[in-house]
Design a protein around this ligand. Structure first.
Ligand code: GTP
Length: 414
């Protein structure tokens, strides 16, 4: 029978040897988080000895997981336990508060039925704790222990998914960002891996299991888009973990696993998909993982919870996370904005044209009346001049001798 026993967390301060990548987050996220630091909670699930501790320690370049001798052997565990480890990691002065939640005991028995249950309960209880804090009147200092991502370790069998894998992922996908990885991929050849990945994806599709797939943002530059496509192509990630440094043929020390026939390099993209997995979780899509947890997974859980408690959900505030629909909506809003702007510009243009037209008409009328006025003045002047001319003509015309009358006066002797 499964038992759920939450062990108390252990916390350590770690500082990185190398550059992990969260200090190179996109600017806006970076600036927001540079003061408080980032917080990330990662759950790992897979049977004993599958490579969980090695991969996490490899990913964060530090001993997040204590060595096997320091922990209780899984043989003593009855059922599945939930334990957590926390570490503050410093990357170029940016702090990441990492919590790794381990699930020792998972898949270790002949009868592994219901092994998903304590894990699901743990994920849900974290949602419930967050909800309880959100519902408080004073909501300052909300402690967020929700699981941001779950790495599910698939055994490198080379066949297809096992019943336990399918059952687990089906039970979990609506509650957490599922990241399936094929562990110890160095135990399979390239051909075996390609076929194995194809069968895993076919199983995932067949059972309608939702795994986390990073989205390509509408404003992503070509380089980021290419990186995301590269990550998408590698799902499910076939990984190799190793905390050891081995000597390569060229004399360089690299993290890897040495075999009689050669070296498998952890950080070499040609050898395995560790680089893409790490980039996705720690660098390029950490915010998306957190965001999806908050806006979709938690929101759905909250809605179900409130409905089951008799509350009616206000769908107008329901934040459904559907990247494609969101993009379509954004496009429509943008188009509507453009149309509104065009209509406004048209209205302004029409208004201006009308104003100009009326001004022109006004000045035309003014001109016409001035012209009329001037014409009238001229007409008047012409008439006056004609009259004057007539007068002058009359006054200067010489009189006929017949018309001459003797002038009265001195010489008029008659
Ligand atoms: P528990 O702590 O028992 O749950 O095991 P775990 O899942 O944490 O596995 P761990 O990381 O302790 O690895 C178990 C063994 O597998 C160790 O001997 C590792 O060196 C080895 N191992 C880890 N990763 C790899 C890998 O990628 N390839 C190979 N070949 N071996 C690996």
């Amino acid at each position: 029978e499964n038992t759920l026993r939450n062990k108390s967390s252990t916390s350590q301060i770690k500082s990185l040897k190398g550059n992990v990548g969260f200090s190179c987050f996109p600017d806006q996220v970076y600036l927001k988080s540079i003061y408080d630091g980032f917080k990330f909670t990662l759950m790992v699930v897979g049977e004993a000895g599958i490579g969980k501790s090695t991969l996490i320690n490899t990913m964060f370049e530090n001993k997040i997981f204590p060595s096997s001798s320091e922990v209780t052997t899984t043989e003593n565990i009855k059922g599945v336990e939930i334990t957590s480890m926390s570490a503050d990691i410093q990357d170029n002065n940016v702090k990441l508060h990492l919590t790794v939640v381990d699930t020792p005991g998972f898949g270790n028995y002949l009868n592994n039925d219901n092994h998903w249950q304590p894990i699901l309960e743990n994920i849900e209880s974290r949602f419930d704790a967050f909800l309880a804090q959100e519902n408080r009147v004073i909501r300052s200092k909300i402690v967020d222990n929700r699981i941001d991502a779950l790495i599910y370790f698939i055994k490198p069998t080379g066949h297809s998914l096992r019943t336990i894998d399918i059952e687990f992922m089906k039970r979990m996908h609506a509650k957490v960002n599922l990241i399936p990885v094929i562990s110890k991929s160095d135990t399979l050849t390239q051909e075996e891996l390609t076929a194995f990945k194809a069968r895993i994806l076919a199983d995932i599709n067949f059972h309608s299991i939702q795994i986390f797939k990073p989205t390509i943002g509408s404003f992503d530059d070509p380089e980021t888009t290419m990186d995301t496509k590269d990550i998408l192509n590698k799902i499910p990630f076939a990984v190799v973990g190793s905390e050891e440094y081995v000597k390569r043929e060229d004399g360089n020390m690299v993290r890897g696993r040495a075999y009689p026939w050669g070296i498998i390099e952890v950080d070499n993209e040609k050898h395995n998909d560790f680089t893409q997995l790490r980039k996705m979780i720690i660098h390029s899509h950490m915010e998306e993982l957190k965001d999806y947890t908050d806006t979709v997974l938690y929101e759905n859980h909250r809605t179900q919870k409130l409905l089951s408690m008799g509350h009616v959900q206000d769908n107008s505030v329901f934040r459904e996370y559907n990247p494609a629909a969101q993009l379509e909506e954004e496009r429509k809003i943008h188009e509507a904005k453009i149309q509104k702007m065009e209509a406004e510009m048209n209205a302004v243009f029409q208004q201006k044209v009308m104003e100009k037209e009326s001004k022109l008409k006004q000045s035309e009328e003014e001109l016409f009346s001035r012209h009329k006025e001037m014409k009238q003045t001229l007409e008047k002047q012409r008439k006056e001049l004609t009259d004057k001319k007539k007068q002058m003509e009359t006054s200067v015309r010489p009189s006929s001798p017949m018309d001459k009358k003797p002038k009265k006066g001195l010489f008029n002797l008659s």
